[in-house]
Design a protein. Sequence first.
Length: 275
Amino acid sequence: MTQSRLASPTSYYVYVYIDPRNYEEFYYGKGKGSRKLAHLVDTTDSEKSRRIKAIHAAGLKPIIRVIARNLTEQEALLVERTLLWKLGKQLTNIASGHFASKFRPHDKLHLELSGFDYNAGVYYYNVGHGLVRKWSDFVEFGFISAGQGARWRDAICQFSEGDIIAAYLKGRGYVGIGQIVARAKPVRDVKIKNKPLLSLELSSRRMDRNVESDELCEYVALVDWVKTFSYYQAKSVSGKDLFTTTHVRASLDGQPKTKAFLEKSFGVDFAKLAR
């Protein structure tokens, strides 16, 4: 196919290389003009180049076909990425392509993922029980908190309304499953049932620490608790490899064993909760 048959030399297109020995598609690309022919003279030692050389050695030529034409560059990138996602494991493409973050990972087809199958995320939350934070306050008044520094403030502020959290007490285990109902904001601005949080009878006497500093104060997100346990009833299994981290917030999408343990221990279904 000559360049003139591609509608316009300034139009982008998406093409495929096919092995004539078995008619297997082995490379997808996008470009304009004569880009689709450039791989025929590629001298690198890539898997794609080795396959083209093997085809030539057999006295054959790769079958090159344009799949989509008259595209903008962004359209071509998206078509290319879609094809790479569908047949990625069978191809010689090295890069995953643009828009990769918008596609479901290949090894997660058997799992329900937040952002793909339901909108809310399922997250680990580190309670940070101590002088400033008391788990009993969180349960009684329906909130979680973090702060006393930009790093911890930024972490809790990443929770969105609808997100599901699994609350963890360091050294004890998991103590609660809840859903975020209001995003985090400075503790001085938070009200529980129309009363300022700091006016309530809290077990913690330090929630007002650095209260006037937007960077250093405690930040509070409101939570609707689905199931909670006391400090002494925390759910953990000796020797079982459950996910934990010192971070305030972490996604549990890549932790199927921990999610299964939590669903069984708390009697919940994360996928249903997050819909």
